[in-house]
Design a protein around this ligand. Sequence first.
Ligand code: PMP
Length: 373
Amino acid sequence: MASQISKRGFNNSGDPTMYEKYWKQMGERTTIVIPGWQSMSYFSDVKNLCWFLEPEFGKQVVRLHKVVGNAETDGRHIVVGTGSSQLYLAALFALSPANASQPMSVVSAAPYYSSYPSMTDCLKSGLYKWAGDARSFNQDSPYIELVTSPNNPDGFVRHSMVNKTGGTLIHDLAYYWPQYTPISSPADNDLTLFTVSKTTGHAGTRIGWALVKDPQVARKMTKFIELNTIGVSKDSQLRAAKVLKVVADSCEKTRTSSSSEYNESFFQFSYRVMDQRWQQLREVVNSSSVFSLPDFPPDFCHYHGQVLEPRPAFAWLKCERELQDCESFLRGHKLLTRGGRHFGVEPKHVRISMLDRDDNFRLFLKRLSMVQP
Ligand code: PMP
């Protein structure tokens, strides 16, 4: 990750610093104080299958999913992780049989999130191995398919692509929130990953959660986290719980009354910013013949109560010129992006983060508008 994160100018890593502005406006609402004697034990709730899950965090996760309508939580176990990254590895561990003769193949349709291959193979596990693009997977052995929806990097809504039996799905729904995409129905999958990083922008808190139907799978995921880190920071869970609570409050209070407490809900604010940024980006791209952007079909959003166009967290920009490598072409114009190769496709596409701070995004647009054909 370190090599993928740049300290210079525009980030190409999707660091969600755009949200700082909202949280500054919220002032002390999300401040928590943790006395020195609190949160000392390893254990949070010994009666829970996930014994290190802070009850208040679990409560706010369920509440927020109900308020937003983006995921079924009934009949699910919540497993908390140090980011959804840790939960991804926990899911691979839990879904791969311990006694198989071959490692389980792990696939995702290209373009896929660039960290999946390196995370999957970094320890050269005997349990699972990266097997590339789900569209070209043709082995008869069992497999795990990652379904990222909306997808990082291209923003499209996705479903499983491997047309075979014997597969297990992991749904990575990091971006299935109303600022990025219309919420069409509550996700109802066997194993779904979410993260506060993309929900509220608190990437540094390092908290994610999994909604897991099968208790055996949830138990194995919990075991993996126990073996790795003996649980997940309680301080972070308490902070995340508070942030999710304020988000859910902002949704409920703006819905039910003309609240003097919240002018707009967190998702109204963030959709508005994303909408504005996408319009500005499209203006720049449309006024040049060098680049193009994908179009997204509008859909009814049950959260916002209207038909809306998706406003993905990343823009998947295509270079229409004959170029070897769009990423280095843009770097020559002092624009840091991440090229298609990282995502398992040709280098004529690059991924642009739409979640940077206002100043950086503005400068990015300015420099992009100066790129000549
Ligand atoms: N999944 C996807 C699709 C992502 O884009 C990211 C973050 N870039 C993650 C997972 C990892 O999130 P976390 O910060 O929770 O580890």
